[in-house]
Design a protein around this ligand. Sequence first.
Ligand code: NAP
Length: 252
Amino acid sequence: MSNKIAIITGASRGLGKSTALHLARQGVHIIGTYHSREDEALQVAAQVEALGVKAKMLQLDVGDSSRFDAFASQVADALGAYFNAERFDFLVNNAGIGLYASCAETTEAQFDQLMKVHFKGPFFLTQKLLPLIADGGRIVNLSSGLARFSPVGYAAYASMKGAIEVWTRYLAQELGPRGITVNSLAPGAIETDFGGGTVRDNADVNAWVAANTAMGRAGLPDDIGAAISMLLGEGGRWITAQRIEASGGMYV
Ligand code: NAP
């Protein structure tokens, strides 16, 4: 993986940050994005560079597709200016937000926001970046265990992740001739800031997750960074169009 270049959306915190650090340890240069936490993104860039690879952080709202052409131009410029390259190798569509609401209570505004950030955003961002992904590259789209199991309160969010899994298969078909693999990685409940940090900070929720997980604990960001890094590594070269769940065995 040495000297490959990865774009990771939402690399300032949580799973994206862990993925950036795992890849950096294997010699992969990082283009990360953040939405509002530039300070945290720059700290991640410093940690990545301390591992001996290059890092560039770019601002991006994945919910605003009108900016994607400009973002693709920024990526092309950054590839030339910072990495002496014309293409990148790995795309990790990771950025996201949580929403806890029943079907009865979800508003149209909440639904539209989730749809833009979790489905329309990755779909059209990837479309705009396709000319910049090297043949033989890899794409990983973040889904969720909630696309398989269905506790009340996640209908709209999980439906977007279900859409991600369907789209992943179609994209894998289209990009196979270019040697590009496309998979969805579905984490279980992981201890990050996501959804207000509930899984990490609410002891009852954390214990409930642990009790329903074969491995007996909630997930940690490094569990997911390691799984994504594995998919992007040599061992993942013949895996495409798949949904891979990294949940420690939730609800099996
Ligand atoms: P997190 O700790 O809350 O981090 C979210 C990241 O996404 C941050 O880097 C944030 O940027 C960025 N982001 C948020 N809204 C954005 C927007 N509109 N445009 C661009 N970037 C945006 O979340 P996480 O736990 O790492 O989750 C990452 C992904 O995993 C999400 O797709 C989530 O749905 C999925 N997932 C998480 C869990 C879990 O339990 N944590 C489980 C299953 C799936 P700023 O720092 O600038 O705000």
